[in-house]
Design a protein around this ligand. Structure first.
Ligand code: HEC
Ligand code: HEC
Ligand code: HEC
Ligand code: HEC
Length: 435
């Protein structure tokens, strides 16, 4: 039974990778008004006898930045400046380049009468065009499987969810924030699935009936799969002949931003980086998180080949030996396998504790010397501590929180990041949490 279940879950992971994203579907988009009725998802307060909250629209429209900010951001002076600097012909709120991420932007023939692009990142941007599931999802006895069969996007599947969020929070082959756009004024992108899912804030509750209707959900697994997919998306840029270059230069967003953007007097190179001095380092922050995950959750042979491929990739990208495309391809193949395997794994408290200890140790060993790694490690450590705290796995809760605050302080400003200060904060955390 367990083997059959594992095989089914692995199959679901493969399907989730092939699943078209909402904007790739050929079905009509009806618009947010169709979801917002007070008897549907626009109730002011949560319904007691319903499986779902029914106030999703209220949460989304009042406090979710996808509604309150994503589109509005395009009307700001900053966006006008970005568009000017890029030489766009239209204003940003009309430019497909921007709307594809700052709103939901299906082609005109797939927009219903009441669809409004100004609604921002709307329900259908994540749950898929409603044409075929709007009726069936309220039919008596309708199941989640029925809804999925009618084209509801499987946000309940962690691989599908990670691909969805990352399609805008990192970009994919269809939409992408390049270094050129950042040079024009677009902010640096930073994302971690489990953390962002909590801060959105969620308009759903993962409880017993959720599990009954939709299967298992595990925040640690969501984090792990989010990292695997984020690393895959980065490698996809390296491997995509269209996106990997801009003129003579490689596309710079796949590298560590602060490898270039720091004063010359601030000497940062150490032999620990694994590449020779004066090289531009790959942004390997997700790959570093995954290293801990793979070590704990997968067989030893996988963990060994993961470590080898990571070293090979870093060196090849920096020009220290080996073909970078071969190295990226080898890692990319392994990541697909890792994501497939993670979908079937349960993360136990002992696993989380071991990953936390491993991450703190990696940090003390200097592995998060680059800001992007330190930033990802901080979000991961916060998530793991939160989980352990809620499940009674932390002896000194207040001490851990104080120590975590200092870790946060060390990554608050990427331009003032000091690896030494970050390590000192981690050491404080080690003393309170791991001992
Ligand atoms: C691949 C998706 C993507 C594309 C394309 C994109 N953005 Fe963004 N943009 C984002 C995300 C995600 C954020 C939030 C970044 C964060 O804070 O983590 C953001 C943030 C911003 C911000 C700052 C946020 C704010 O509330 O003020 C501005 C301004 C902005 N984008 C403007 C633009 C403009 C103008 C364009 C078109 C030239 C554009 N973006 C294209 C995804 C995208
Ligand atoms: C940024 C993406 C995103 C947007 C925008 C979004 N959702 Fe969701 N929604 C999710 C995710 C992720 C889940 C959790 C996984 C699941 O239950 O499928 C979810 C879950 C739900 C659930 C199921 C809760 C349960 O217990 O089964 C409902 C209902 C829902 N959303 C309605 C809406 C409505 C209505 C809107 C628009 C007002 C909306 N969502 C906008 C991502 C989004
Ligand atoms: C269609 C594109 C799109 C999709 C899909 C999307 N987002 Fe976003 N998201 C954005 C943009 C654009 C912003 C920036 C809003 C702003 O600050 O201007 C944003 C902002 C956010 C923020 C607020 C960040 C902050 O700095 O406060 C969170 C949290 C977030 N998204 C989580 C998610 C999660 C979780 C998912 C997947 C379930 C997701 N997003 C899917 C486009 C998207
Ligand atoms: C290989 C080195 C390199 C990397 C890596 C790199 N950049 Fe740059 N960046 C440059 C150069 C060169 C310029 C152009 C500087 C100029 O015009 O003065 C630039 C310009 C910029 C600018 C505009 C600054 C200005 O003065 O107009 C921003 C913002 C920026 N980069 C952000 C980023 C972010 C965010 C990342 C990481 C995702 C990144 N860069 C990665 C080399 C790099």
């Amino acid at each position: 039974m367990r083997i059959v279940l594992a095989a089914l879950l692995a199959l679901a992971a493969v399907q989730a990778r092939a699943q078209p994203l909402p904007y790739q579907e050929h079905a009509m988009n009806l618009g947010v008004v169709n979801c917002a009725n007070s008897l549907c998802h626009g109730s002011i307060s949560r319904w007691k006898d319903s499986d779902i909250l029914q106030n999703e629209y209220i949460t989304w429209s009042r406090v979710d930045k996808h509604a309150t900010r994503a589109y509005q951001a395009l009307l700001t002076e900053r966006s006008k400046r970005i568009a000017r600097n890029l030489g766009l012909r239209e204003p940003p709120e009309k430019a497909k380049l921007c709307l594809d991420c700052h709103a939901y932007d299906p082609p005109p023939e797939l927009r219903g009468e009441r669809f409004k692009v100004t609604d921002g990142v709307s329900c259908e941007a994540c749950h898929g065009p409603a044409e075929h599931w709007i009726k069936s999802h309220v039919a008596p006895g309708a199941t989640h499987e029925d809804n999925l069969a009618h084209g509801l996007y499987p946000t309940s599947n962690p691989v599908a969810q990670a691909r969805l969020c990352l399609s805008c929070h990192f970009g994919n082959k269809d939409k992408f924030v390049t270094h050129r756009m950042m040079g024009a004024g677009h902010p640096r992108m930073s994302f971690e699935l489990a953390t962002f899912e909590q801060t959105e804030p969620p308009h759903f509750v993962i409880d017993d009936d959720w599990h009954r209707r939709k299967g298992s959900w595990d925040t640690a697994r969501v984090w792990a799969i989010g990292q695997a997919l984020a690393a895959s998306q980065l490698l996809d840029v390296l491997l995509d002949p269209k996106r990997s270059h801009d003129g003579l230069f490689p596309e710079l967003v796949v590298f560590d931003c602060h490898a270039c953007h720091h004063p010359m007097s601030d000497k940062r190179w150490t032999p620990l980086s694994g590449v020779s001095p004066g090289r531009v380092r790959l942004n390997d922050s997700s790959l570093l998180m995954l290293r801990q995950i793979v070590r704990r959750m997968l067989p030893e042979a996988d963990a060994r080949s993961y470590d080898e491929r990571l070293v090979a990739l870093r060196r090849a990208v920096a020009g220290d030996g080996g073909d970078p495309l071969d190295a990226a391809r080898a890692m990319r193949t392994l990541l697909d396998r890792v994501a497939g395997q993670l979908v079937t794994r349960s993360f136990l408290p002992a696993d989380l504790r071991a990953m936390l200890a491993g991450m703190v140790q990696d940090g003390l060993d200097g592995d998060y010397h680059d800001y992007a790694g330190a930033e990802q490690a901080t979000m991961a450590i916060a998530g793991l501590l939160d989980y352990l705290g809620r499940h009674g796995g932390l002896a000194d809760f207040r001490g851990a929180n104080d120590a975590l605050d200092r870790v946060y302080d060390a990554v608050r400003d990427d331009e003032k990041f000091s690896p030494a200060r970050f390590q000192a904060a981690l050491d404080g955390l080690r003393k309170t949490v791991i001992r």
